[in-house]
Design a protein around this ligand. Structure first.
Ligand code: ATP
Ligand code: MG
Length: 505
């Protein structure tokens, strides 16, 4: 059947079931060439599954896919690539031991023949990669080992890979989740130039501002269904949120009305033991307080909070908890001192893929869940772990499901639940709502507000301006490893934060 030539991609009536979940329910998506088409929806709505069906990673249970009017049914990612469909995944799939160029050309290495034998043409591979990286203004070398690059550079390689195969459809599943602002702008430049060449980009992100910056069309999914496809110009944030969550959301932040009391954590002259990291940071945190930690990506905020948690070494500095000086040499020391840390790199260091949601939530809390005779109190574990996940609306068929079956954002909710379950006195949250949809963000904010109302204290590292402004009692800003200022409530606004965040020496 010939399809409408106005579309480069048509996915018609796609259905996909997983055990206990109807992930896609008769979804039809049409994409025009030379456009950026954003795919929006809450965690678990079915966005990644839809794209994995397109890409041949999952086989749909029903429906048809047309690329350029021709019916296709990709049997593998390789097959999709050969037809001009490429995808940058939400979960990076790199080979850390191999070089940048080997990663980019994996499975499609340029060959040269020497008699009857086929060899990989390393020279050509190097040259091609060099040109590719140069055109994309990427500042690493084809020979760099993939594992030695930062997450954002690894992501940039995935982008280079997508560009390298001359795709006519490029899917980007949350490509900016760990990019700096400069890198995001750079990515948008690349996206625009691809669009100008007639490439269709399917763009998935939870960052509302990005959507309005680059989209031509927006499709919204909810609970495995397509709710609407609209021109971006017909939408605004409120309308889009309403389509996503199915109700009006007048407030993005709950009230935070706790009044901070005495100092519970005090870091003095904290200096990293590695070069070019944070130096001489002195900062107090009070009971009942949310202390925002702002700055650009690369400002060393993660490094600083990880050193408080005992994950990194310091050269000089002292730490006091409730007025008593202590030395934290490992995360275990930190947990014993009542500190919890929700890491930024939740996928890398956070999850046990094969274990259930209950196990993933309760692991650090098991000590407190023993019956007198020493056995684990499974009922208590189950009730507490499921209670917190329910509150965050973790979407799953059952709480015994392995965490790897959950959507990206729902996995993150489980990790947030994990640290809430440890009932820390002091909770450090590093980008707590990254990759999490608007509705669930509100739930996390509500829990944060409840915690500080109960006298706990929170350090929140965040790159999201609205979140810093909406939730913090005070905002401390780092730039290049230096503490450039601490803003009190009335001075917290984006101009002041940006000014301090860019106060390079
Ligand atoms: N391999 C799998 N096995 C079982 N269930 C799965 C699998 N992959 C996805 N699901 C389920 O399908 C549904 C849709 O998941 P999907 O990953 O497509 O969501 P998403 O819209 O990409 O969400 P997010 O914004 O969190 O990334 C979820 O309920 C998820 O738990
Ligand atoms: Mg996803």
């Amino acid at each position: 059947m010939a399809q409408d030539q106005n579309y480069i991609l048509e996915m018609c009536n796609i259905t996909k079931k997983f055990p206990g979940v109807l992930a896609l329910d008769d979804v039809t998506l049409r994409v025009r060439p030379g456009t950026v088409h954003s795919l929006m929806g809450e965690n678990g709505a079915g966005k990644s599954t839809m794209m994995k069906c397109l890409f041949g990673i999952y086989q749909e249970d029903g429906g048809e896919i047309f690329v350029n009017g021709k019916k296709e049914n990709f049997s593998s990612a390789k097959h999709a690539l050969e037809t001009g469909v490429s995808m940058i995944h939400q979960e990076l799939s790199i080979v850390p031991e191999r070089s940048v160029m080997e990663n980019i050309w994996l499975g499609r290495e340029p060959g040269k023949k020497l008699g009857p034998v086929q060899f990989v043409d390393h020279k050509k591979m190097f040259k091609d990669t060099e040109t590719l990286l140069k055109n994309l203004e990427m500042e690493f070398s084809p020979n760099d080992r993939m594992g030695s690059l930062s997450i954002s550079h690894q992501q940039a390689c995935e982008i280079a890979k997508a560009v390298s195969c001359d795709a006519s459809i490029v899917v980007m599943d949350e490509p900016t989740s760990s990019l700096t602002e400069t890198e995001v702008n750079h990515l948008f430049k690349i996206i625009n130039s691809l669009r100008d060449k007639g490439v269709a980009i399917i763009y998935i992100s939870h960052k509302m501002s990005e959507i309005f910056q680059i989209s031509d069309d927006v499709s919204v999914m909810r609970d495995g269904k397509l709710i609407a496809t609209k021109k971006a110009s017909e939408l605004d944030e409120d309308k889009l949120i309403k389509l996503m969550v199915g109700r009006d959301m007048t407030n993005r932040f709950p009230p935070v009305d706790s009044i901070p009391a005495e100092v519970c954590l005090s870091a003095k002259n904290y200096t990293s033991d590695v070069e070019r990291s944070f130096k001489d940071i002195s900062l107090d945190l009070r009971k009942g307080e949310i202390l925002g930690l702002g700055g650009l990506v690369g400002a060393q905020r993660t490094e600083f909070v990880e050193s408080i948690f005992g994950l990194r070494k310091i050269k000089t500095g002292t730490l006091s908890i409730n007025g008593k000086e202590i030395r934290i040499k490992s995360p275990e020391d930190a947990i014993n001192a009542g500190i919890g840390l929700i890491t930024e790199d939740r996928r890398g260091s956070g999850i046990f893929p094969l274990l259930s949601i209950i196990d993933n939530t309760s692991i650090p809390s098991l000590k407190g869940c023993r019956k007198k005779v020493g056995f684990l109190d499974h009922k208590k574990i189950f009730n507490t772990a499921t209670g917190i996940n329910k509150k965050l609306r973790t979407k799953t068929p059952t709480f015994h499901t392995p965490i790897q079956n959950l959507s990206g954002g729902n996995q993150q909710k489980v990790i947030v639940s994990r640290w809430l379950m440890t009932l820390p006195e002091i909770l450090i949250m590093d980008e707590p709502t990254r990759g999490i949809d608007v509705g669930a963000k509100y739930e996390i904010y509500t829990i944060m507000s409840e915690l500080v109302n109960a006298g706990k204290a929170i350090i929140m590292v965040s790159s999201e301006m609205p979140e810093l402004i909406g939730m913090s009692h005070r905002v401390a800003v780092l730039c290049n490893g230096n503490l450039t200022g601490v803003l009190e409530k009335n001075d917290i606004n984006s101009e002041n934060i940006m000014r301090l965040a860019t106060q390079f020496e």
